[in-house]
Structure formats: structure tokens, C-alpha cells
Write a protein that binds this ligand. Structure first.
Ligand SMILES: NC(=O)c1ccc[n+]([C@@H]2O[C@H](COP(=O)([O-])OP(=O)(O)OC[C@H]3O[C@@H](n4cnc5c(N)ncnc54)[C@H](O)[C@@H]3O)[C@@H](O)[C@H]2O)c1
Length: 356
């Protein structure tokens, strides 16, 4: 790769593309070169807004553009498989928005295509480039709390105080199982959680979930839910509870959801108190060890900044020839964890991920 920056095309100019566009104005290794969206006029409007040179209504024309090195796929979930396969076949590096896919079969097809390609492929899950999570993980890896043995996560979906609600258009395809997949709160939103759990604690072996009484019907959103699991080859356990509370005001600049987590180790505990929103208003990372509490605030807590860092990580990895976070194999694992939780809730039994 020369000193020239990687030319990136966005496929999909919907809600999330605004946050992805933050990845390019100060990106030393990548530039946003083109946008494709089938809605007439939208790609041109986005391209003008972000200074991208080209706009397409047909993403296949973007893939045929030899100037473009890499794509960020920002499409409804049922399009993740076909567009990823076409993009890799066209010789583009691929960053695919989470969730990887809507079934294990689709996820495995994507991972197999990525593994047999010489292009960079990653699933983009922005919590992995959220600074408080990165800081907490490096503290855990440095042994600050001893051997991590348990993780606990809380998610509350409410009504935004600030930020913006999801539009009917964004909800319509998510709630359709053919386009959004089953139980979107666990498969789609939950992919963030299953990704970040494996990021902190390693792979999962067994999952058990209890969820609302519509489990198994087409109307099953997947929340409220209580999900617990055991990690593979270790005495490590975890649990996650997720609530939907329409009257609960969530102080946010983005989506009306917040989450916080706690990792307990053999010598101490680390809490990460910020993520999508700022419900608790506490220092982002707090540690208890040896009878003392310590707070860490010297980091960016704006969730939107994780999209900027995530784009830099993608184009930087293309230039360096390295693998960014969440390759195909690890993404299939995060998908299996979510799919396993849904299966457990529907069938009322513990599910071993190797069954899937
Ligand atoms: N990381 C996060 O926190 C986060 C948040 C929201 C969405 N997402 C992910 O981003 C992706 C898109 O979600 P969204 O909320 O932006 O949805 P959206 O409905 O706002 O946007 C989807 C866009 O894709 C376009 N589109 C649909 N079919 C197309 C086609 N064949 N060719 C070209 N364009 C097409 C639509 O016109 C629309 O503009 C999903 O995978 C979702 O999971 C991630």
C-alpha cells in the first residue's frame, strides 16, 4: 500500500451511516470516497454532506468501481450475506455492521468466504472500540483484578432524554423476522453484548435464557430477558439482564438505551459505568481492590467516538496488513451465543453452543 489513503465506500446511507462518517475527517489511513443507497437522492445527499466523490443508487456499481479499495456494509441484516459475498468477490476489503447475519448458516458462509479471501474482513461491533471498554480490558489483561471469574451486564431500554428515537422505517425491517432475524433485541442489539462478553472473558460453552412470554412467536422481541452462561474450559460464569421500560427516561445523545457491566476477579472488581448513554453519571471505569476504590476518568466517554476509532482501526489494519477486532470466526461465536440464547428461551432449556 502506498502513502495514499484507503478509498472506502459505504453501502447503506441510513441511520447508522452518520456515525460511521465520523471515522473519516481525521483518518490518516482512509478516506470516504463513495456512498450507495437505493433510496433516490439519499446517496448524493450523504456524499455532498461528507465530501465523498461518488454516489450510487445501485451498490453493484460501487463494487465495480476500481478506485474503491474497501466497503463498510451498513444494510438491513438479511442483506449482510449476499452483499458481503459480492464485495469480497469484487476484491474489496469488508467491514460488516453487526449483527453478522440472521442465522448460523449465513454467518458460517460469511466466515468461510472471508477465510478464503486475501482481503481484510471484520464485523464492526463498536463497543470494541469504546474507550472505557478498551481500558477495562487492558486492566484485566494486566492482572489488576487477578483472574476474572464472573461478568454481569445490565441493559435498560427506555425513552430518550436527548438523542433520538428509532424511526418507523428503522423498526419496520428489524421487527420482520425475514429481514431482521428472530428476537431482534437479543440477535441485533444483543450482538453487542455477546461480542463484548467474549472480548472480556473468552468463548462461551453453555447458555440459558428466560425471556418474555411471547418467546417462540413471530412477535418475540427477546426482552425482557435474563440470560446466564458458562465460559468454555473454565470456571467463569456470567449473566445479563435486559429490560424494556417505555416510561424510563434514559439520558442519552444517541439511542434510548444504556448498559453497565461488572467483572469480578480473584482479587478485585472492575465496573464500566458508561456506554451508549450516560444514565449513571459516574466515572467511566472504577476498580475495587485490596480494600480501596479507584476511579479512572482520563478517557473519551462519548459512545459516538467508538465509530471514529472503529473506522481508523479498519483502514489502519488494511494499510498494516493486520487483522482488526472481530474476525469471521470470532463473529460466528458471538452470533452463536445470541442464537443459543434465543433457542434456550424458546425451548426452555440450557443450550450448548456446539449444538448450533
Ligand atoms: N453499531 C450500532 O450501534 C448500530 C446501530 C444501528 C444500526 N446498526 C446496524 O447498521 C445496519 C443498518 O441499520 P440502520 O439503522 O442504519 O438502518 P436504516 O433502515 O436506517 O438504513 C438502512 C439503509 O439501507 C438502504 N438499503 C436497503 N437496501 C438496500 C440495497 N439493496 N442497496 C442499497 N441500499 C439499501 C436503505 O435505503 C436505508 O437507507 C444494520 O446492520 C444495523 O444492525 C448498528
Amino acid at each position: 500500500m502506498t502513502a495514499e489513503r484507503v478509498k472506502v465506500g459505504f453501502i447503506g446511507g441510513g441511520a447508522i451511516s452518520e456515525l460511521h462518517s465520523r471515522g473519516y475527517p481525521d483518518n490518516p489511513t482512509g478516506e470516504l470516497y463513495a456512498v450507495a443507497d437505493l433510496e433516490p437522492g439519499l446517496a448524493r445527499e450523504r456524499a455532498n454532506q461528507w465530501g465523498a466523490q461518488k454516489a450510487y443508487t445501485d451498490y453493484r456499481e460501487l463494487l465495480a468501481d476500481p478506485q474503491i479499495d474497501a466497503v463498510e456494509i451498513l444494510l438491513p441484516h438479511h442483506l449482510h450475506l449476499p452483499v458481503t459475498l459480492e464485495a469480497l468477490a469484487a476484491g474489496k476489503h469488508v467491514s460488516l455492521q453487526k449483527p453478522m447475519a440472521i442465522s448460523m448458516d449465513e454467518g458460517r458462509q460469511i466466515a468461510a468466504a472471508a477465510a478464503s479471501s486475501d482481503r481484510v474482513f471484520r464485523v464492526f461491533e463498536n463497543y470494541r472500540t469504546y474507550e472505557p471498554y478498551m481500558r477495562a480490558r487492558s486492566m484485566i489483561e494486566a492482572g489488576e483484578i487477578g483472574n476474572p471469574v464472573s461478568i454481569r451486564i445490565k441493559s435498560i431500554f427506555g425513552k430518550g432524554k436527548g438523542g433520538r428515537p428509532m424511526s418507523d422505517r428503522e423498526m419496520e425491517w428489524r421487527e420482520d423476522p425475514a429481514r431482521g432475524g428472530p428476537a431482534w433485541m437479543i440477535l441485533d442489539y444483543g450482538f453487542h453484548i455477546t461480542s463484548i462478553i467474549t472480548y472480556f472473558m473468552g468463548p462461551v460453552e453453555t447458555v440459558h435464557a428466560m425471556a418474555d412470554t411471547s418467546a417462540g412467536t413471530d412477535r418475540f422481541p427477546g426482552a425482557p430477558a435474563v440470560i446466564s452462561w458458562k465460559h468454555r474450559d473454565s470456571e467463569r460464569y456470567g449473566n445479563w439482564d435486559m429490560l424494556t421500560l417505555p416510561e424510563f427516561m434514559v439520558r442519552t445523545s444517541y439511542y434510548p438505551v444504556d448498559e453497565w457491566l461488572e467483572v469480578t476477579g480473584t482479587r478485585g472488581v472492575i465496573w464500566v459505568t458508561h456506554c451508549t448513554a450516560d444514565l449513571l453519571g459516574q466515572p467511566p471505569v472504577v476498580m475495587y481492590r485490596d480494600g480501596e476504590m479507584r476511579s479512572y476518568s482520563d478517557m473519551e466517554t462519548d459512545w459516538g467516538d467508538s465509530f471514529r476509532l472503529g473506522a481508523h482501526a479498519f483502514t489502519g489494519a488494511i494499510v498494516d496488513g493486520t487483522q482488526p477486532e472481530l474476525d469471521g470466526e470470532e463473529a460466528v461465536h458471538a452470533l452463536a451465543f445470541a442464537v443459543g440464547a434465543i433457542k434456550s428461551a424458546v425451548e426452555g432449556r440450557e443450550v450448548k453452543l456446539r449444538e448450533l
